[in-house]
Design a protein around this ligand. Structure first.
Ligand code: ADP
Ligand code: MG
Length: 268
């Protein structure tokens, strides 16, 4: 049995389904990405998978245990989450924010132990923000802030790491950097990673599994080479694309085909 087993899940906000018929199985150490257009239900699904939504039916097993029977505290020991919209209090320093990831392991009122400090030092290094630890998060760039949020999640020291569109506020290079960090966490630390994303080309080299979500249903899932087809992209995104081989990675990538227009002029 995989570390995450989802069967026949449906979820919404109390007025009809947003996602339905969801079956996902993740092996330990897998890196999977949920891909779909705006409004397809990616954020809803990744929240439902952590037991954060009330209006949910179906089965979610994490590490062999029924998610719906676990306390919030127990879930926080298994799944760490990097939300799309940062819930950061900006007066805090990087160190203080990352330390919050340790709270799930502390008794009430207990301070940070030597072991906590050790974990914090490790994760700051892993995402390369050690040099920023005294800075206020308000003064960080978008790329730095995203790395701090990942560090906070890592400080939770869970087998599973979930992220909601980790590249969405970042420009090209920082988006790539985040996926490189995630790849290291997978290959070097054995983390099981599940991320939602709308930028398909960005995830192809990193994801071992792609789950296409369309209007709340899984349209197809599998390895990136099998999943990246013109038909799947047309079906899920309603976009006509060409698929070509990336010269460097030798993996498929998509290129958009602009719709024809008589008025458009090509400028050099
Ligand atoms: P995505 O992340 O793929 O853009 P979402 O999961 O955010 O998609 O949204 C899917 C659908 O669920 C949308 O129709 C959206 O309006 C609806 N939805 C999202 N959040 C809420 C909410 N808190 N309450 C009610 N409906 C919501
Ligand atoms: Mg979303």
């Amino acid at each position: 049995m995989g570390i995450l087993e989802v069967k026949n899940l449906r979820a919404g906000y109390g007025s009809g389904d947003v996602v339905r018929d969801i079956d996902i199985s993740l092996e330990k150490g897998e890196f999977a990405c949920i891909i779909g257009p705006n409004g397809s239900g990616k954020s809803t699904l990744i929240k439902a998978l952590q037991g954060l939504l009330k209006d949910v039916t179906g089965e979610i097993r994490v590490d062999g245990e029924d998610l719906f029977r676990l306390t919030r505290h127990e879930v926080a020991g298994k799944i760490a989450f990097v939300p799309q919209i940062a819930d950061l209090t900006f007066e805090f320093s990087v160190l203080e924010v990352v330390a919050m990831g340790r709270y799930v392991h502390q008794g009430r009122l207990a301070g940070l132990s030597a072991a906590d400090r050790h974990v914090i030092r490790d994760v700051l290094e892993m995402v390369e923000v050690s040099h920023l630890q005294e800075k206020k998060v308000a003064h960080l760039s978008g790329g730095e802030r995203q790395r701090v949020l990942i560090a906070r999640a890592l400080a939770q020291d869970t087998p599973l790491l979930f992220l909601d569109e980790p590249s969405s506020h970042l420009d090209l290079n920082y988006g790539l950097e985040v996926f490189e960090i995630l790849e290291r966490l997978q290959t070097e630390k054995g983390k099981t990673i599940l991320a939602t994303e709308h930028n398909i080309n960005l995830v192809i080299p990193y994801a071992r599994k792609i789950v296409f979500l369309k209007e709340g249903r899984i349209q197809a899932q599998g390895g990136p080479v099998a999943m990246i087809t013109r038909e799947n992209i047309k079906d899920v995104f309603k976009a006509d694309v060409d698929i070509r081989e990336n010269r460097h990675s030798k993996l498929p990538e998509i290129s958009l085909i602009p719709r024809p227009s008589e008025k458009r002029q090509i400028k050099e």
